[in-house]
Design a protein around this ligand. Structure first.
Ligand code: C2E
Ligand code: MG
Ligand code: MG
Length: 642
């Protein structure tokens, strides 16, 4: 039964109660009235009494007459007084009610009163039998009137009694019914209130459960059921506050799965989710019950140990976790191998703030990853120094553009058929006044991390187009595009604007994308590539062979060029499989109508080999190092950007 129906029923019952109570009051009033009316039967008795008193007076008068005046005169007078009083009372009190209903009674009563008054002097002066006889004669007519009067009032009273009794019986039934109804309503009310209580209790229980669920949700990761960041932080704070002062330490292990993104990208998010659940279960199996395990987000987990002997126990625990997580998974029929890197920080070094401890564990994790992943590292104070250094580099990078510390170097790309330069790759350079030359390999990932890549790329594209427009018309310019910029959809408007502002023919601009830009190979990615291509620019796949080298990229979009990564050229004479791979890529590119560039050509032997393999273009120190635009030998001043 819902609350609405219950409320409706309660309203009905309460209204019923009210109506019954009102009706009850009315019935009581009617009953009172009926009882009052019953009191009218008194006149019948009074009329009988008057007759009876008359008979007694008559008898006493006769006795006085028969005893020749020797009888009790006082007795006669007393009887007369009583009779006269009775007659007088007929006109008053309850008799009046009867008179109102039967006006003929009034006449009879006044006749009786008149006759009584007439007889009064005779009774007063009663001395002999003749007086008694005169009084008897004077009173005689009253006998029949009184008899008739008594009979009529009796009849009348009987009828009224019967009516009133009927009414009383009726009222009695109504009274009983109302009481019955009141009892029924009362019972119904009790029943409904009991039901109401049950519903309320159930609701309270549900609300309680809901609140508990919400609290659980607010503190736990819905996928793995582990604690979330908020709960972890809370527990960490509590543990640090209540840490025993017995020389033991608390440790935080910060875990990050190695290359988890690939699983999501290649096998889908559902498989990725299942993998995360299994990873969570494996971590749980490794740690003690008094530890707190949390999923901090994505593929990041954290463990807060109970008081431990830091080095030994953490080493054992971290090794076990690395081993367990590194074992093969069988998820949805896919055999998955994934590793984890772990950073460990403890209170041993005197760290007592939760934020600091987490930050230190994160720094140690960063080191574990830098050291080749699939391993663990303890936090060392130097890591903090490295982090500070990175922060300083970030600050400097933000200033670099404003301070004109950036410039482009151009490296020639040579056609192996024509033996001539066909264009240049624009490579970003940062010359810092104190640090000196900083490699793009170092600062581009930082620019991506701190959200500076879009403005940096915009500058590069504009600058490359502005320079290339001064070159001979057959010279192309290639620009490297960050996967981050490609994914955040700012590239298309940026390229369009640069072409418009500089007036460079779109066919002279080539955008170099790495496979990591295409990891999420889906309709959106392919559409974005087509949109760029529709501008008239060329698209090259850079560093091919180092990433996933998935053939599906090549099938889903017709690139203009494949650039074989320089590692294959570098190891050409060390690893025989490099040549096999280069030949395969060349065959693939030719089949798909794409030109093939070999990167990092440093020697004549390498050049001969890649030429023999069928590469169409080459790039490398042998053919030309990256140089500033002014050193390229093309005369002409750079146009200003409009
Ligand atoms: P990349 O696009 O593969 O560029 C080629 C890199 O190889 C350049 O390094 C170039 O100087 C180097 N190189 C060329 N020939 C040889 C050679 O014969 N031997 C050796 N050992 N190296 C050679 P650089 O300029 O340090 O750039 C490194 C990477 O930084 C580039 O690789 C590219 O991925 C990235 N990068 C450079 N400029 C930009 C840019 O403007 N935007 C973006 N998003 N990335 C850039
Ligand atoms: Mg490149
Ligand atoms: Mg490259």
């Amino acid at each position: 039964m819902s609350f609405r129906i219950l409320k409706l029923l309660l309203a009905v019952v309460v209204s019923g109660f009210l109506l019954a109570a009102i009706y009850f009051t009315v019935v009581i009033a009617e009953r009172q009235d009926a009882l009052r009316r019953i009191s009218r039967y008194n006149p019948t008795w009074q009329a009988q009494q008057a007759l009876s008193e008359f008979m007694k007076l008559d008898q006493s008068l006769r006795m006085f007459k028969d005893e020749n005046g020797d009888g009790e005169k006082e007795e006669v007078q007393t009887r007369f007084d009583i009779f006269a009083g009775t007659i007088n009372s007929l006109a008053k009190g309850s008799f009046r009610v009867l008179i109102e209903r039967e006006p003929s009674f009034e006449r009879t009563i006044s006749k009786l009163a008149g006759a009584t008054n007439d007889a009064a002097p005779l009774i007063e002066s009663l001395n002999n039998p003749d007086d008694a006889l005169a009084a008897l004669q004077s009173l005689h007519p009253l006998q029949s009137s009184l008899t008739q009067f008594a009979a009529v009032t009796f009849r009348h009273g009987t009828a009224l009694t019967s009516d009133d009794q009927q009414e009383l019986t009726q009222l009695h039934w109504i009274f009983s019914s109302v009481v019955g109804f009141l009892i029924l309503f009362g019972l119904a009310l009790i029943g409904l209130l009991a039901r109401h209580n049950i519903l309320l209790e159930r609701t309270y229980r549900r609300v309680g459960n809901l609140a508990a669920d919400l609290t659980h949700l607010a503190h736990h990761d819905p996928l793995t059921g582990l604690a979330n960041r908020a709960l972890f932080q809370e527990r960490l704070e509590q543990s640090l506050e209540n840490a025993p002062n017995d020389g033991s330490t608390l440790a935080v292990l910060y875990l990050d799965l190695d290359l988890f993104k690939n699983v999501n990208d290649t096998l889908g998010h559902e498989t990725g989710d299942r993998l995360l659940k299994t990873v969570a279960a494996r971590i749980q199996a490794c740690v003690r019950d008094n530890s707190v395990i949390a999923r901090l987000g994505g593929d990041e987990f954290a463990i807060l140990t109970g008081p431990i002997n830091i080095v030994q126990e953490c080493t054992i625990l971290a090794s076990r976790i690395v081993k367990e997580i590194g074992s093969v998974y069988d998820i949805d029929g896919h055999e998955i191998i994934i590793g984890t890197s772990i950073g460990i920080a403890s209170t041993e070094l005197g760290t007592s703030s939760p934020e600091q401890l987490l930050k230190q564990a994160d720094m140690a994790l960063y080191r574990a990853k830098a050291d080749g992943r699939g391993t663990f590292r303890f936090f060392e104070p130097e890591m903090d120094i490295e982090l500070q250094a990175r922060r300083a580099l970030e600050v400097d990078l933000r200033k670099a553009m404003v301070n004109n510390e950036l410039y482009l170097a151009f490296q020639p790309q040579v056609s192996l058929q024509a033996n001539d330069v066909t264009g240049f790759e624009a490579l970003l350079r940062w010359r810092h006044p104190v640090r000196g030359s900083v490699s793009p390999v170092e600062f581009i990932p930082i620019a991506e991390d701190i959200g500076l890549i879009a403005s940096l790329s915009e500058w590069v594209i504009n600058e490359a187009c502005r320079t290339a427009v001064t070159w001979p018309e057959n010279m192309k310019v290639a620009v490297n595009i960050s996967p981050v910029q490609f994914r955040n959809r700012t590239l298309l408007p940026c390229v369009r604007k640069a072409l418009m502002r500089t007036g460079l023919d779109p066919s002279r601009l080539e955008l170099e994308l790495t496979e990591s830009a295409l990891l999420e190979e889906n309709e959106t990615t392919v559409t974005a590539l087509h949109e760029l291509r529709n501008l008239g620019v060329r698209i090259a796949l850079d560093d091919f062979g180092t990433g996933y080298s998935s053939l599906s990229y090549l099938r889903s979009f017709p690139f203009d060029k494949i650039k074989i990564d320089q590692s294959f050229v570098r190891e050409l004479f060390i690893r025989p499989d490099c040549m096999v791979i280069i030949r395969s890529i060349v065959g693939l590119g030719r089949g798909l109508g794409m030109s093939i560039t070999a990167e990092g050509v440093e020697t004549d032997e390498q050049l001969a080999q890649i030429r023999a393999a069928g590469c169409t273009e080459a790039q490398g120190y042998l053919l030309g190092r990256p140089k500033p635009a002014s050193d390229l030998g093309f005369s002409g001043t750079l146009p200003a950007l409009v």
